[in-house]
Design a protein around this ligand. Sequence first.
Ligand SMILES: CC(=O)SCCNC(=O)CCNC(=O)[C@H](O)C(C)(C)COP(=O)(O)OP(=O)(O)OC[C@H]1O[C@@H](n2cnc3c(N)ncnc32)[C@H](O)[C@@H]1OP(=O)(O)O
Ligand SMILES: O=C([O-])CC(=O)C(=O)O
Length: 474
Amino acid sequence: MQKTKSHRFCQSCLKTISIRSYGDCEGGGDKGIKAKLAKKIPVEREKFLGIKCLHGTKTIAKISVNSVIGGMRGLPLLFCETSSLDKNKGIFYRGMLLKDVCAKLPRVREGSQEGTPEGVFFLLTTGEMPKKEEAEEVTKEWVKRGNVPRYCLRMIDSMDKRVHPMAQLCAACACLNAQSKFVEAYNKGAKRGVYWESIYEDSMNLCAMLPAVAAAIYNNVFKEGEGSREINKEQDWSGNYCHMLGLPDEDFIDLIRLYMILHADHESGNVSAHACHLVGSALSDPFLSFSASMCGLAGPLHGLANQEVLVWLTKLRKAIGDEPTDDELKKFIDDTLQSGQVVPGYGHAVLRDTDPRFVLQNEFAMKHCKDDAGVKLVTRLWKIIPDVLKKLNKVANPYPNVDAHSGVLLQHYCLKELNYYTVLFGVSRALGVLSQLIWSRALGAPIERPKSFSSSELCKYIKEADKKDKKKKC
Ligand SMILES: CC(=O)SCCNC(=O)CCNC(=O)[C@H](O)C(C)(C)COP(=O)(O)OP(=O)(O)OC[C@H]1O[C@@H](n2cnc3c(N)ncnc32)[C@H](O)[C@@H]1OP(=O)(O)O
Ligand SMILES: O=C([O-])CC(=O)C(=O)O
């Protein structure tokens, strides 16, 4: 492989490309994804190395002082194969608008109006929309791999109920690393070129086990430890999760399918995805990397905002009732802002319009429960809050994000416990961040380690820049 049509590689890249990358893709019943990955990875790896080798020193953006002290917002710094966010159109999974993903995913379950999250995992990892049998194959594989080891369940059972469900999820996922195939392979001296294979195995196992882990947390904290932990092979991933939560209503299962599809991936710069990538870049296994991701998702400016929205709506309804006037709503919003709080569920670091994930949830609500008081309120607020936020003259995006809607739908179907909501988000987010992790190892992404500096060092950079500007003007 001395050269391709467009690339001529240096010796070091050639050596990396030539490392064996086809794994043992037979057996295990999951030929679909793994075999596809084994074919795609060498091609993508060659492309990736070609970019690095031939264009690595080219500049694509300038770094401003604001970027350094402002959370790097807007800086094109990260790589992400699985999805890409357009500030107006929202998220694209593998180049496909989310709305189209929802429409095109195969309907696997009889009577279901939604595709399956298993299908989304296939799409995100392989880059191809699955055929019905391919999506079904992932479901079967996850049913097979879904039983949680006893030691992990014992640890969950030992948790004090006061430990937030998200903290429990982080702990449970971290302790699953005793199962890691990647750790085993690494300790046996596996070569970098094959890391992705065991990362893939761990990711499949973790996805498969998450419903039982998440349901055990729910049942322990809210249902005195009742509820099943058995995976039923007649159910899909979402069906099993809902049955274990004790909420087997078919419409609710469809809502959860949709929820899991919508929350799965949002490119790689958001806190949960970036945390997973960062920790994974040190070659921590997928269980630890995902646990770190969940620690990030648990923050109120990120995933926990869906809990915050419900807290806020509950206060609102208590203060001004279920059918307040527009003026009462505006005053309540103003009071929130006056007290120094943000309006949860509104605004976004990248999006500049209503989040399509909000719209898709609202469409589900209009089909299934348009008369629900919470749904009506959220739909009305969508028309009122943006104008109030615009008046602040500082909010970059005054429109609702994904978190503004999910809670009222969950309430409608009797999943009432607000501080559990981010766990649902986390189960879904696994699909995206673990797909990303497989690709990070497949492409040999290096350890992440940006340079940092103190404020006095930053001032030196600023002086240098000022000097250069003066010279230019002269
Ligand atoms: C799945 C997700 O993670 S989606 C996001 C979930 N989070 C929320 O819904 C929490 C509410 N929203 C927010 O706090 C913010 O909009 C964020 C964190 C999502 C984005 O933050 P940023 O990129 O800094 O937003 P932006 O550039 O618009 O911030 C500018 C100012 O507007 C304020 N602002 C932004 N959104 C809001 C809001 N919803 N309510 C009130 N003020 C807001 C910011 O606090 C900031 O104020 P400051 O200059 O006094 O510090
Ligand atoms: O993209 C972001 O920063 C936050 C978000 O909406 C997500 O992670 O789903």
